[in-house]
Write a protein that binds this ligand. Sequence first.
Ligand code: NAD
Length: 265
Amino acid sequence: MQDLIQRAAQDLIDSTYAIALTGAGISTESGIADFRGPSGLWTKNPEAERQAYRSYEKFLEDPKSYWLEAMSYARGPGLGNLWDAQPNPGHRALVALEKMEILKCIITQNIDALHEKAGNRRVLEYHGSFMKLRCVSCNARFFREEFDLEKLKQEDKLPPRCSRCKGIVKSDTVSFGEGIPRDVATESLDEAQRCDLMLICGTSAVVYPFASLPVIAHERSGVTIIEVNAEPTPLTREGISDYFIQGKTGEILPAIVEEVGRLRQ
Ligand code: NAD
């Protein structure tokens, strides 16, 4: 294990454009359950997974009902109260790597905004943010506070409408069956095609198209792909990752940062 941590630290130092890809696993140590880990929400409740697959269909069929349902559990079930969640040592390690000017960008599947809360400056939220709403016509993002949803509900004016183009507004979080918004999809693809090191942290790597980003990076020569995960994934098994460091991101990422500091002295 220590050998792999040293190897990762040296690879990060040698890289010229390192990026990180993160998933729900990096936030479990902040008390937010993942979906597919051993204690994941869907591992324990497969019906919740089936319901999630219906959510976008419901939005398209009837945006008003979608909003009424979404408002009924805005701070309740699902991932729980994300407003109070705090970054953990794994998130903070990625901030340290950015401050060292090694890490250039994070592409996250997480909707919990913990990378921004931790202090990372360049974060692409591939699946959106729970804090934001998005116009499905022009992709404009709005903070939730910009809409008085309760008032709209009372006045029977749901769904909210975009202030720029009058399109229908939904949660920014990308539902199953919904395309990745073009802006973030394009920027993420550019990053995957530009990086020479990709640090993959806490994802089961089964959700597409996110899981294709490591494959795209792997197709180019000279790209090092490091995976830090509690358990092996298709990326490990199919040889997309150059090496796999098994364990908790909240322990391994800080250990890598410490080693980078030591090697750079
Ligand atoms: P996933 O639940 O499919 O997989 C999480 C992976 O992380 C598993 O392989 C698990 O073994 C591993 N893991 C769990 N704890 C870990 C830890 N401490 N250290 C290292 N690895 C750990 O998650 P996914 O791949 O991100 O896909 C789930 C989808 O659901 C994403 O699209 C995401 O948008 C959404 N989601 C987001 C959150 C969040 O924002 N925090 C939480 C759950 C689900």
